[in-house]
Ligand binder design. Structure first.
Ligand code: SF4
Ligand code: SF4
Ligand code: SF4
Length: 277
């Protein structure tokens, strides 16, 4: 019997929800284990094999020490796949790039945070190493994961849909949320999740990144029609894609600053403080 390709999963800064999606998928698609041998997957097993050909990397690069680990994985793996929005886009982690790192560390860890925890602006893993394939989404779509793994095992290059989410949404015969008074970023978002959020009545938030022909000017007009201010629209545009806009520089279709303003405080938490005992 031919040797099965060895695969490994790695996590960087993330909620680990994409790995959890893979574990969940294995509950119903155990046959995948006939095709590959998983040698490292911290969320699912204790073994830590260092001999692998395909690396799935979840999470963003958010500190200097991440770089060496990413380079080490890249050196070992013949194929690196970015797993989910954090690894693919920087994702919600890159929202912190709006503030100075000192401000963020103090906000999260208290006044000694900056000495206790290493941190720097969040980036997708492609900012540090070459990435061969991407599985977008927050979290990933399990069936897209399955499809992309199958393509990789067949030696074929996975390609992502290059058309807007609205196409999938129309195939599902959903009533358009933007015409029902609910903001939806479907017109600018890359398809591939089968329009899952609009199908369940929630507007798309762009977690798969933009499709190549995204028209931000027109999207802004639609969102203004919902009564959103430009700052609120910027907040929606940047939720998963802050890093991408930062790297567009002056071309970014954003009206508010994307880079840190030195003394700007972080917003007050919307969570209630725990009651004193
Ligand atoms: S992409 Fe979303 S679900 Fe996946 S690890 Fe990042 S935050 Fe979690
Ligand atoms: S609900 Fe969203 S994804 Fe669906 S057609 Fe309308 S804008 Fe497009
Ligand atoms: S509908 Fe939009 S926000 Fe929801 S999973 Fe798809 S791309 Fe992400």
């Amino acid at each position: 019997m031919a040797t099965k390709p060895k695969i490994a999963f790695f996590d960087f800064t993330s909620c680990e929800g994409c790995q959890l999606t893979v574990i969940d998928l294995l509950q119903t698609h155990l046959g995948l284990l006939d095709l590959v041998e998983i040698v490292q997957f911290r969320e699912a097993m204790s073994e830590k094999g260092e001999d692998y050909q395909i690396a799935f990397i979840e999470g963003s690069c958010t500190r200097k020490s991440d770089e060496a680990r990413l380079l080490q994985i890249r050196e070992q793996a013949s194929m690196v796949v970015a797993l989910g929005a954090c690894a693919h886009l920087g994702g919600i982690n890159a929202l912190k790039n709006r503030w100075t790192i000192e401000n963020v560390q103090t906000y999260v860890y208290g006044k000694n945070g900056k000495d206790a925890y290493e941190s720097y602006p969040a980036r997708p893993i492609s900012a540090v190493i070459k990435v061969d394939a991407v599985i977008p989404g927050c979290p990933i779509d399990r069936y897209e994961f399955l499809r992309i793994v199958q393509l990789i095992l067949q030696g074929r290059k996975p390609r992502l849909p290059d058309y807007p989410l609205c196409v999938e949404c129309k195939f599902k015969e959903n009533a358009c949320l933007n015409t029902l008074g609910k903001p939806c970023l479907g017109p600018i978002t890359r398809a591939g999740c089968n329009a899952i959020c609009p199908t369940y009545g929630d507007g798309c938030e762009g977690c798969r990144g933009w499709h190549p022909e995204a028209n931000f000017t027109y999207m802004r007009e639609i969102l203004r029609g919902h009564g959103l201010s430009d700052a609120e629209i910027d907040a929606r545009f940047t939720m998963f894609n802050h890093y991408q806009f930062q790297h567009m520089g002056d071309e970014a279709p954003i009206t508010t600053p994307l880079s840190p303003l030195k003394d700007e405080p972080l917003p007050t938490s919307t969570f209630a403080a725990p009651k004193e005992a």
